[in-house]
Design a protein around this ligand. Structure first.
Ligand code: HEC
Ligand code: HEC
Length: 225
């Protein structure tokens, strides 16, 4: 049903890129990872020590999301284009001035979580193992029709969210693999009602049945195993 998107793909990437008016060079000049780490102490209270999120997706994962996407969302929270009560006391000009946003976004974006415990060689110390184990993060499998979820994903979502929900290199569209399914389900409900903006929300989400959302989530929950 969404095949025509293929033809508009190139145009869309330009049109969704509007939110960030800074050039790559300007962004790089404003990034201070130490400052990012300092700001992160506040965010970590909800989003976790490694930006892994928590409380079954009440707090989304931020680790590894594209920096430009994080920047855009933080700006949306500040302007209340995207409403989020819990973040209100933090996402405002006094607590988080615009010039600090590239640093916190870059800091969160570079955090790498692994979805499996790696094989250790005999030189790995217990302490190193502990640090690695803390960054192992895997989305729990969800019941649902994985096959039809995958089909819907490939037809309607893959163009923007990338193969297996991994996002696309250089794109600021968020990956969906490795994100809490409860959180994403809630976002889809917000897209359907218009509470949160999403490109083509009407066509994509308004008539989506709960079982269809469930199936897409079942599929996505397999993509980080
Ligand atoms: C009091 C808890 C709390 C704190 C502290 C907090 N957040 Fe959040 N944040 C949330 C909640 C809840 C959501 C999910 C909102 C929703 O369901 O739409 C969220 C969502 C986000 C998102 C959107 C993620 C996505 O995938 O779209 C970003 C980005 C974000 N927060 C960044 C930050 C940053 C940066 C900080 C620190 C400056 C921070 N948050 C501090 C509660 C918090
Ligand atoms: C035309 C490109 C496009 C298509 C097609 C598309 N998305 Fe998106 N999606 C986006 C963009 C861009 C965002 C970020 C929106 C924003 O700026 O808040 C997004 C955000 C999301 C989010 C929120 C992620 C987060 O971390 O908060 C979910 C969930 C999502 N999309 C699910 C889907 C699903 C499921 C489909 C297929 C049924 C789909 N999208 C199809 C571009 C697309």
């Amino acid at each position: 049903m969404f095949k025509y998107l293929m033809f508009f793909g190139a145009f869309l990437f330009i049109s969704v890129g509007h939110a960030e008016d800074m050039t790559e060079e300007q962004m790089a000049a404003e990034i201070d990872l130490d400052l990012g780490e300092e700001i992160h102490e506040v965010c970590a209270g909800c989003h976790g020590e490694f930006g892994q999120g928590g409380k079954k997706g009440e707090y989304p994962r931020l680790a590894g999301l594209p920096a430009k996407y994080i920047m855009e969302q933080v700006k949306n929270f500040k302007s209340e284009k995207r409403k989020n009560m819990p973040m209100r006391p933090y996402a405002n000009d006094r607590e988080l001035p615009d010039e600090d946003i590239p640093s916190i976004a870059a800091y969160l974006s570079q955090i790498k979580l692994t979805s499996k415990m790696p094989e250790f060689d005999k030189n790995t110390t217990a302490y190193e193992k502990l640090l690695i184990a803390k960054k192992v993060f895997n989305i729990a499998r969800v019941d649902g029709d994985i096959e039809s979820g995958k089909e819907m994903y490939v037809d309607d979502c893959k163009l923007c969210h990338g193969k297996n929900g991994k996002g696309k290199k250089g794109s600021e569209t968020p990956p969906l693999s490795g994100q809490y399914t409860e959180y994403m389900t809630r976002q889809i409900q917000h897209f359907a009602t218009g509470e949160r903006w999403h490109e083509y929300a009407e066509d994509l989400f308004e008539d989506m049945e709960p079982e269809e959302i469930q199936a897409i989530m079942a599929y996505l929950s397999t993509t980080d195993d």
